[in-house]
Design a protein around this ligand. Structure first.
Ligand SMILES: N[C@@H](CCC(=O)N[C@@H](CS)C(=O)NCC(=O)O)C(=O)O
Length: 223
């Protein structure tokens, strides 16, 4: 055992990517065991490692953790990327849920039937431009600080950076009207751990392709 956290998921972003991002930002090296066949998932279930028979699952510090938010909370607390008091943590949770809502809409895009894709993309762009990015720009403007909460790096800055990169994948012009978010993005991208994770060859995952999506559907028995 190397002592590094071991991440169990398939070789794609999905629900594990935010966990990879948070570990990387904290400067924590991790191993990945990819689920490549239905039997890999069955084995984890049979071994009693998946409390709700689902992944992501992370083996860390002698624990077998499931549930994305619980895993993120543990990592953030352990590596001092959570709020310093109960009010900061409430803001972090609130912002993180907003980020998760938009990320979820984006994540659904890959399983949206082709005839509904255009409408879905239009809705995502509308929500991005008119709801979520203005809300975060306003937070930065109102306190004039370099980070979203408590004037220091927290997990929610990392979640937001990940989201901004996905926004740019959909339409690189969407960020243009938000100077403070653009500045935050470049500041965060230059943090040494983040910079390293942004380099080609890191454990960061590209957008899922059709073939990988079909394989994942088979593994998770989705139609
Ligand atoms: N609330 C859980 C949801 C996990 C989840 O839905 N995982 C999917 C893969 S992304 C899964 O394992 N699906 C198989 C199943 O539900 O049987 C979390 O956030 O971790």
């Amino acid at each position: 055992m190397s002592g590094k956290p071991v991440l169990h998921y398939f070789n794609a972003r999905g629900r594990m990517e935010c966990i990879r991002w948070l570990l990387a930002a904290a400067g924590v090296e991790f191993e990945e065991k990819f689920i490549e066949r239905p039997e890999d998932l069955e084995k984890l279930r049979k071994d009693g490692k998946l409390m709700f028979e689902q992944v992501p699952m992370v083996e860390i510090d002698g624990m077998t953790l499931v549930q994305t938010r619980a895993i993120l909370n543990y990592i953030a607390t352990k590596y001092d990327l959570d709020g310093k008091d109960v009010k900061e943590r409430a803001l972090i949770d609130m912002y993180a849920e907003g980020i998760a809502d938009l990320s979820e809409m984006m994540g659904q895009l890959v399983v949206t039937p082709p005839d509904q894709k255009e409408a879905k993309i239009a809705l995502i762009k509308d929500r991005t431009k008119n709801r979520y990015l203005p809300a975060f720009e306003k937070v930065l403007k109102s306190h004039g600080q370099d980070y979203l909460v408590g004037n220091r790096l927290t997990r929610v800055d990392i979640h937001l950076l990940e989201l901004l990169l996905y926004v740019e994948e959909i339409d690189s012009s969407l960020l243009a009207p938000f100077p403070l978010l653009k500045a935050l993005k470049s500041r965060l991208s230059n943090l040494p751990n983040v910079k390293k994770f942004l380099q080609p060859g890191s454990q960061r995952k590209p957008p899922i392709d059709e073939k990988a999506l079909e394989e994942a559907k088979k593994i998770f028995k989705l139609s």
